[in-house]
Structures are given as C-alpha cells and as structure tokens.
Design a protein around this ligand. Structure first.
Ligand code: HMG
Ligand code: MG
Length: 302
C-alpha cells in the first residue's frame, strides 16, 4: 500500500454544483441555511453560487442575495463561478473574494456550456483572471470533461494537460480537474495525474468527481496515492451540470468523509453535522439524496 497524505482539504460544492441542477425552486433562505450549516460543520471552502446568466441557469439567479444574507465566517472561503467580465463585476459588488472560472477540454461541451470555443474562453478568462488578481481575489479554474465528454466521448489527455497549463499561465491558484458526468475510473485517474504532475505543480491540482458510475470514491483513493490533497464534493451527493446530459450528483461529502475518517486522514469537517445539513435540505428537493451514507443511516433508523 502506498502512503496516503495525512490531511486533505474538501471544497464543498453542493450549494452551487448541487443546487444548480435541482428542478425544485430552493429559496434563498434555505440556501443560506445550508451554507451556514456546512461552514459550522468545519468546511473552510464552500462554493456558494454562480454569477452566470440567469437565463442559462435560473437556479443561481439569487447568488447576490445569497452572499448578501450569508453570515460569513472569517476562516471560510466562499467562492462563486464567474463566466465573464459581467460575472466578475457582479461578484465584486457582492464582496466575493474567491472566484472560479470554468473551461473545458472538449470543444462541444465548451460550446454547450458557455457558448464559446475553448480558445475564445481562455482568451476571455485570461482577462477575467487578470482583473480579479489585480483586485486581490483568489482564482480557481475548473477543467470540465477531463475524463470524457457526454458529446465527444474520449478526451485526449494531452488536451487536458494543455488547457490545465493555460489556466495556470493566467494565474489561477488551483485547477479542479473535473469528471463532469462521472466517467472516470481509477486507472485513468492515475495515468492522467502522472501526466499532469510532469507539467504542472501537483499541489495546485484538485479533483472534482461526479458519481454516476459509482467510481468517485475509488478515484479519490487512486488520487490520494498520487499525492492529491484537495477534493470537491457535495453535501448529500447533490449535483450535476444542466448542460451535461447524464451528469449525476457529485461525490457525496458524507461518503467522502466516511472513507477519509476511516483512513485516519484529517479534514476538519464533522461528518455528523454535514449529514444533518443534508437531511435538513432533503424535504425541499422532492427526491431522496443519493449519498450512500445517508441511505444506510435511514435504513438503520427504520
Ligand atoms: P451568451 O448567451 O453567449 O452570452 O451566454 P451573451 O454575452 O451574448 O449574453 C446574453 C445575455 O446574458 C445578455 O442579456 C447578457 O447581459 C447576459 P440580454 O441582453 O439577453 O438581456 N449575461 C449575463 N447576465 C448575468 N451574469 C452574467 C452574464 N453574462 C451575460 N455573467 C454565458 C454566455 C457564458 C453568459 C452563458 O453561457 C452562461 O452563463 N453559461 C453558464 C452555464 C453554467 O453555469 N453551467 C453550469 C456550471 S459549469 C459546471 O457545472 C461544471 C463544473 O461543476 C465542473 C464539472 O463538473 O465539469 C464547474
Ligand atoms: Mg461539476
């Protein structure tokens, strides 16, 4: 067995990646309550919303109101997606300090998600990153479809490395290499991470898994063996991208914590409090949350 890192950071993306894809309208107060409970559970990084076009993603239209109502904890970084300079302006007015740009390794997905080619998006993002960095914001980059695309199928790993490098060149502090519709398997994770590590600093790589095929946890394990220490997950396993057909929920934070706690890897996040936050939200969703841990606990309680 390879040695695993003693400590990892979880980026909680449920309030953004999770809620952006829910059919039920979740009111602003419930979003704020979810984010505050997740911060109280010990999370230090929470993606709280998206300053994207409300026509494209109506579920995120109240992101200003979410930031305005949120009692922000000093030791928590609350981030938001920003697709362009208009989004950056909204984020700045809302007092946001951490933004995330979202590029793709697949040309078709880039067009469907942001209505731009990869090259055009990188040009626009460079401008957004420059302006944000000059204003002392922290900038994260996502790289969607890094392990496969719902439209194009296999993605050339060389392309993933190339776009990751382009994101770092514009000054992002971290690239979240993302399995948009949960196609990755652990062999692929190991191989891609080794390619990436030869090109960019591995400490700047986060992994963002959706759990469509049930491989998210074993993918995290493979990444831990390669030394990755930042992972995205969503409370209850909420999630999916509205522009990626077949995207199921993100890896559930509770399930990730169950594995990391068991391995003795510290995160600073309390699993029971995350579970309680998910349960508090569940009645508003109109469907059960997919987290295996939540389901196991519900079965035990019956
Ligand atoms: P467009 O239609 O090409 O843009 O959309 P446009 O510049 O022509 O603007 C059209 C209208 O939108 C205009 O309004 C603009 O003012 C407005 P109108 O004149 O028609 O009234 N607009 C905006 N309004 C508010 N905020 C803005 C903004 N920008 C323009 N920032 C655009 C281009 C990029 C805006 C659009 O495609 C968009 O918002 N896309 C976002 C899609 C999205 O949020 N997808 C989900 C997140 S990504 C994801 O989930 C993947 C991830 O989790 C990682 C993974 O798992 O792979 C991150
Ligand atoms: Mg996602």
């Amino acid at each position: 067995m390879k040695p695993l890192p003693p400590q990892v950071t979880i980026v909680e993306v449920g309030p953004r990646d999770g809620l952006q894809n829910e059919a039920a309208a979740i009111d602003t107060a419930s979003k704020i309550a979810l984010i505050e409970s997740l911060a109280a559970a010990g999370h230090t990084r929470i993606e709280a919303g998206a300053f994207v076009s409300p026509k494209w993603v109506p579920q995120m239209a109240d992101t200003e109101a979410v930031f305005a109502g949120l009692r922000r904890k000093a030791d928590v970084r609350y981030s938001a997606l920003v697709p362009n300079l208009a989004g950056l302006e909204r984020a700045t007015k809302a007092g946001v300090t951490d933004i995330a740009l979202f590029a793709s390794a697949s040309e078709t997905f880039s067009q469907r998600n942001i209505n731009k080619s990869i090259a055009d998006s990188l040009k626009d993002y460079a401008e957004v990153a420059k302006t944000a960095l000059a204003a002392n914001m922290r900038v994260r980059g996502y790289l969607s479809t890094a392990f496969g695309c719902p439209f194009e199928g296999d993605i050339d790993p060389a392309r993933v490395v190339e776009v990751t490098e382009a994101l770092f060149e514009m000054g992002v502090e971290e690239v979240a290499v993302s399995d948009t519709i949960g196609m990755a398997h652990p062999g692929q994770v190991t191989a891609l991470l080794r390619l990436l590590a030869a090109a960019v600093p591995l400490r700047g790589i986060a992994l963002h898994f959706h759990d469509t095929r049930g491989t998210a946890l074993v993918n995290v394990y493979a990444a831990l063996e390669e030394g990755v220490v930042v992972f995205d997950s969503a409370a209850g396993g909420l999630g999916g991208c509205p522009y990626a057909p077949g995207a199921a929920g993100n890896l559930a934070t509770e399930d990730l914590l169950f594995m990391l706690d068991g391995l003795g890897i510290s995160t600073g996040v309390d699993r029971r409090q995350v579970t309680a936050a998910s349960r508090a939200l569940e009645p508003q969703l109109g469907h059960p949350l997919p987290s295996r841990l939540l389901q196991a606990e519900a079965a035990k309680a019956r």
